[in-house]
Design a protein around this ligand. Structure first.
Ligand SMILES: Cc1ncc(COP(=O)(O)O)c(C=O)c1O
Length: 365
């Protein structure tokens, strides 16, 4: 069996440190906003090069609270990629704003900056690029557009912890960066978790208030807030894993490099556009023979997955507003994309077996 991601091997490699950290957190009994949360915020902020880092309950909440704290609300439009996980758009809708979906670049699967300006209207408030699969979006172009049109820039870094753009960590280039620690993420905890980075003291303060029932001081509530705190046990686990994130990302890049050497003439392997450091949260190829390859991999006990089969503008929840919209690159990509197993500890033999099985599937066509 080759899984998409092997969380057990990673746990066993770090078991001593993780078990100790969890047991210490249990002994402390400071489960909500305890010492591990503030230490993790400090350590993650230092690692990312962000002035503020505020831990929250999930990546979805990170997006929601960042959008809210940025002052985006009903009547506003927010431009984002149509080729992403639904949470990016859900968070826009939670505040009563409207997501405006833009097509992607065929090589990187990231939002195509050349198409953004045509989507800007007087109601546009922000752009949310998603660094999809761990490859940074074209931030130079996107930041220039934000400057030209006076738009906020909020980065969806759920898949790009540790990736860099222009020498800076993703999530530190705009008004806010939003991260997810869902267990299968490249920095994952053992439940749900998320983080927001920002430079503005005021925004960080607003997010801290929003994540904790709208209160700065216990039982004094200045706004309607949320219960969106990272718990101390998850923070303890993340502190251990954060120390290894560069090594994890290096491991992913090594797996990806070998895949690309073995697969370049069989499928369209990921294209790195030089906009930054790709950390391969996913290794996603394009092929006209997806079903045959998936069937063969499955017979061989190898997992594979389609991220994402339906672009957001075609999801039934948004379809009414987008009946006339055709975003051809995303639609084409959704029909042909295939993500292969990748994790830092993936043995070379496993990568070779996946590639050989894909080659077999294609020979049998
Ligand atoms: C691009 C993207 N944005 C947002 C999220 C939401 O993160 P979470 O599952 O932690 O709420 C995810 C992952 O699930 C994601 O992949």
């Amino acid at each position: 069996m080759i899984p998409m991601v092997d969380l057990k091997t990673q746990y066993h490699n770090l078991k001593g440190d993780i078990d100790r950290a969890v047991l210490d957190a249990l002994e402390s009994t400071q489960f909500i906003l305890g010492p591990n949360v503030s230490s993790f915020e400090q350590e993650a902020g230092d690692y990312l090069g962000a002035k503020h880092a505020v831990a929250v309950a999930s990546g979805t909440d990170a997006l929601h609270l960042a959008i809210l704290a940025a002052g985006i609300g009903p009547g506003d439009e927010v431009i984002t990629s149509t080729f992403t996980f639904i949470a990016t758009a859900e968070a826009i809708c939670y505040v009563g704003a409207t997501p405006v979906f833009v097509d992607i670049d065929s090589k990187t699967f990231n939002i195509n900056p050349h198409l953004i300006e045509a989507a800007i209207t007087p109601r546009t408030k922000a752009i949310i690029p998603v660094h999809i699969f761990g490859q940074p979006a074209d931030m130079t172009a996107i930041m220039a557009i934000c400057d030209r049109h006076n738009l906020l820039l909020i980065e969806d870094c759920a898949q790009s912890f540790g990736a860099t753009a222009g020498g800076r960590k993703t999530g530190t280039l705009g008004s806010a960066g939003c991260y997810s620690f869902f267990p299968s993420k490249n920095l994952g905890c053992y439940g749900d978790g998320g983080l927001i980075t920002c430079e503005s003291d005021d925004m960080a303060d607003r997010i801290r208030v929003l994540r904790s029932h709208g209160s700065r001081e216990r039982y004094h509530h200045s706004v309607i807030g949320y219960n969106s705190r990272l718990d101390d046990i998850q923070a303890a686990i993340l502190r251990v894993k954060l120390r290894h994130i560069d090594e994890f990302n290096r491991g992913r890049r090594k797996v990806a490099q070998l895949y690309s050497e073995l697969l370049w003439d069989l499928v369209q392997v990921p294209i790195v556009d030089g906009n930054g450091l790709h950390i391969y949260h996913q290794y996603t190829v394009l092929t006209n023979h997806r079903e045959a390859i998936m069937a063969k991999l499955s017979q061989a006990g190898i997992a594979s997955a389609v991220y994402y089969p339906i672009p957001l503008h075609q999801q039934s929840v948004f379809a009414d507003a987008y009946t006339e919209t055709i975003l051809p690159v995303a639609e084409h990509t959704a029909k042909r994309c295939l993500s292969l197993p990748i994790y830092p500890e993936m043995p070379e033999e496993s990568v070779r077996l996946v590639a050989a099985t894909i080659a077999e599937a294609l020979v049998e066509l």
